[in-house]
Design a protein around this ligand. Structure first.
Ligand code: ZN
Length: 181
């Protein structure tokens, strides 16, 4: 059984680089399938294994590229082989910081090398949201979270908003508990 709980943004495990996936076996494929389920249930566009507390270089994405083509992929040992010179600053969210979206600067295009669930090492040239999402998830495998990429002002805004959301959520939990008694 794999964990279902997505670690919150301040969990120290999110700051640790993950280990390479040694080989693509049935465990790797089972973990990827589980990650797709967790990502879909949370309505996310991407998830890294470290977000479940599993420090392996495995990510899943389900997102459109610049032409609107959908990519639903599991990538083991993904790395950015090449980044285009152009930058974009789009709104980005993270399943470890639900409810927050904030501007982050990213390369407009990236070439990503990864091993697929069939064990083949391949290259993928990505643009649009796919490029952004891959950079975000590959950051996770290196112990980097999106707030690290924000300006100080935006990071402070994101942290304040997130803390406020958590307070509201715990207040809601308490009031639903008292309603049940
Ligand atoms: Zn994230």
């Amino acid at each position: 059984m794999f964990p279902d709980r997505i670690l919150p943004i301040d969990d120290p495990r999110l700051r640790r680089p993950s280990e390479p996936v040694a080989e693509i076996d049935t465990d790797t494929r089972a973990l990827a399938a589980h990650m797709f389920r967790v990502m879909d249930a949370a309505h996310g566009a991407g998830l890294a294994a470290v977000q479940l507390g599993i420090l392996l270089r495995l990510i899943v994405v389900d997102v459109e590229d610049g032409r609107g083509a959908r990519h639903r992929l599991a990538l083991a040992n993904p790395e950015i082989a090449e980044a285009g010179s152009g930058q974009i600053a789009g709104l980005e969210g993270c399943l470890s910081m639900p409810g927050i979206s904030q501007q982050v600067a990213r390369s407009k295009t990236v070439t990503v090398r990864y091993t697929g669930l069939d064990g083949h090492r391949v290259s993928l040239v990505a643009d649009g949201m796919l490029a952004v999402c891959l950079q975000h998830e590959i950051d996770h495998t290196n112990g980097i979270v999106f707030i690290d990429r924000m300006s100080r002002l935006r990071r402070d805004q994101a942290r304040r908003q997130y803390a406020r959301n958590l307070r509201l959520a715990s207040r809601r939990d308490r009031s639903s508990e008292s309603a049940m008694q």
